[in-house]
Design a protein around this ligand. Structure first.
Ligand SMILES: N[C@@H](CCC(=O)N[C@@H](CS)C(=O)NCC(=O)O)C(=O)O
Length: 205
């Protein structure tokens, strides 16, 4: 299998973090440089029709895109440790939190950065008004998460899951906006992030 990926973007980072947590080392990682436009090359678009990373090329030549679908596939092939839930209730709560983090935290952050940061002008036809709206929603959801984390250690319950991976990739991307959870403002989110650094997910090379 080949994973087309980049080190500096949140969706590939979700898959890379998933690999680290599962200790999956037997797939080839092919770097794609977004800022050089490598994802828009004709031969890459054959694999990824929307010109995005990540993409996982299976041994039979078929290509999976969508970071969550890639993680779902890898969960099936490498079931331990379980990151998607073991019974219907746990699976559903993990799904709920993963979706919330992606749609209500990562997406607003993407709007904030892609429409507000000069570096992203190479990738996005920027619409100025979207940046402050994205920033406001992102900051609001950070406060919401902080409250939630008063009563549990992980995003979706009392153990690590794909929802923590999506949240950690989001926080990694937020560095571009010079944002991180501060102990005075969002202490529970800050403590959660510190815990992530002690895990394979947070132990980046
Ligand atoms: N829903 C897709 C989104 C993938 C995506 O947006 N990838 C970004 C990097 S995080 C990308 O390839 N962007 C290229 C571009 O905007 O031109 C997934 O979850 O994989």
């Amino acid at each position: 299998m080949k994973l087309y990926s980049t080190q500096t973007a949140p969706n590939p980072e979700r898959v890379l973090c998933f690999l680290r947590e599962k200790n999956i080392t037997d797939l080839e990682i092919v770097p794609i440089d977004l800022f050089k436009g490598e994802h828009r090359a004709k031969d890459y678009r054959v694999k990824s029709p929307f010109a995005q990373v990540p993409a996982l090329e299976l041994d039979d030549g078929r290509v999976l895109t969508e970071s969550r679908a890639i993680c779902r596939y890898l969960e099936g092939v490498y079931p331990e440790p379980n990151l998607f839930g073991t019974d219907p209730t746990e699976t559903a709560f993990i799904e709920m939190w993963d979706r919330r983090v992606e749609m209500m935290w990562l997406m607003p952050l993407a709007n904030w950065l892609r429409h507000g940061h000069p570096a992203f002008a190479a990738l996005e036809k920027q619409i100025e008004e979207l940046a402050p709206r994205g920033e406001k929603s992102f900051r609001r959801f950070a406060k919401f998460l902080d409250k939630e984390l008063q009563t549990r250690d992980f995003m979706a319950g009392d153990r690590f899951s794909i929802a923590d991976i999506t949240a950690f990739a989001t926080i990694g991307f937020a560095r571009v906006a010079r944002w991180k959870p501060e102990p005075e403002e969002t202490p529970n989110l800050h403590a959660w992030r510190q815990r992530m650094f002690d895990r394979p997910c947070g132990a980046k090379s």
